[in-house]
Design a protein around this ligand. Structure first.
Ligand code: TXA
Ligand code: MG
Length: 357
């Protein structure tokens, strides 16, 4: 166990002393958890293979799952990627800094451990003042996966990072709650049309508005989940985001959902299980007095405000553990805009148990 230094910084205090110290830790081979606009990341100097190995060890992350490299300036991309197509610059202009990771052929400067041996590298510029200030001060690109133990929901607050990584990370910078709440969209630019490998903070529709045609890795679509399609992004094949409870996603009309939830909650309670519901505001309201009382109810937000639902989702999944729930029924949302990323994370948390009623 190592000593983890923890520091809470206001997003406007970019000259905070501990930001400088954390940058030094990064530059000299330590590992630092820091806030981004999507989720917290656990970073290491991307050019230092030994430092990157510490990130894999701290998370218990499988070695075949590559990391995203974070940069503070567009120009840094040329040290990391080659054969950069013009669409990459178009996308950077539109969406950087922001929740979009571009997959490009890598240069030899990027160690194998970062890309898990692939000849491509994922790069993004986070839209968070503290992340950008840290990267500027460290003066190295930073390879950073989400700052959770492998398999757990990604952390959206500094306290959640500490719950997973105290004694494992060298430094934790707490910059408050992450704005977006789901991770970046991973977009493969080595194929034409570009291919979404992981839906995230930038929607398919937003990308299409700039690029025209954009495809979704067929292994990701909900209908295909039962099939044996192999996702192109290594990370997408792992069980992920799962609380200890058995999660089921419930989809259908409000009337049917209410009837089904009432039956499911009763059955769970009768068999002595602790049951939780994660619902949209509209369904929660319609459920009042019509659905048996669960041990835990979390309202994720209005179905018309997917930003709120995305923002609360991972925290809600983590709270299911703290309430020691055995089973959780989570309401699904429409797979449009941010809804695609929300449903991707929810169905993964549910091990693809989706109940259509
Ligand atoms: O928003 C985010 O992307 C956050 C913050 C910290 O930036 N990071 C994050 O990293 O979510 P991580 O490691 O949890 O997820 C990275 C995803 C994985 O699914 C990985 O397989 C994929 O990106 N990935 C990374 N490099 C890749 C590559 N060269 N080719 C295909 N997929 C890649
Ligand atoms: Mg992750």
């Amino acid at each position: 166990m190592k000593i983890t230094r923890y520091c809470k910084i206001d997003g406007t205090n970019l000259n905070a002393d501990c930001l400088k110290r954390a940058a030094g830790v990064l530059r000299w081979g330590g590992i630092v958890a820091f806030p981004t606009e999507t989720v917290y990341g656990l970073g290491a100097n991307a050019f230092n293979a030994e430092a990157v190995a510490k990130v894999f060890a701290a998370k218990g992350r499988p070695a075949d799952n590559p990391l995203i490299v974070h940069i503070a300036r567009e120009g840094d991309i040329s040290c990391l990627a080659r054969e950069i197509p013009s669409v990459a610059y178009l996308l950077m202009d539109h969406f950087w800094p922001g929740p979009l990771t571009l997959i490009l052929p890598r240069t030899e400067a990027v160690p194998d451990i970062v890309t898990a041996g692939l000849d491509t590298v994922g790069i993004r510029m986070p839209d968070h003042p503290l992340a950008l200030a840290l990267l500027e001060k460290a003066r190295v690109p930073v390879a950073a996966p989400s700052a959770n133990l492998s398999g757990r929901p990604s952390p959206t607050t500094g306290i959640e990072v500490l719950r997973d990584l105290a004694g494992k990370a060298d430094f934790v910078i707490d910059g408050g709650m992450a704005k977006v709440g789901v991770e970046s969209t991973v977009l493969d630019l080595t194929v034409n049309p570009p291919l979404i490998l992981r839906p995230g903070g930038i929607s398919k529709e937003e990308l299409e508005a700039v690029l025209g045609e954009v495809r979704l890795d067929p292994a990701l679509s909900l209908q295909e989940e039962g099939s044996k399609l192999k996702p192109k992004s290594p990370g997408m094949k792992y069980t992920h985001y799962a609380p200890k409870a058995l999660v089921t996603v419930v989809m259908g009309s409000t009337g049917e959902k209410i009837k089904t939830l009432d039956r499911l909650v009763r059955e769970a309670r009768e068999s002595g299980m602790r049951v939780g519901l994660l619902l949209t505001e509209e369904t929660a309201r319609a459920c009042r007095e019509k659905v048996a009382k669960p041990h835990y109810l979390e309202i994720l937000g209005s179905q018309y405000c997917l930003e709120t639902i995305a923002n609360r989702l991972f925290g809600a999944l983590r709270r299911c553990d703290r309430w020691h729930l055995d089973v959780v029924f989570a309401e699904g949302v429409k797979q449009e805009g941010l809804g695609l990323a929300i449903m991707n994370r929810l169905t993964k948390a549910a091990g693809h148990r989706v109940l259509w009623v």
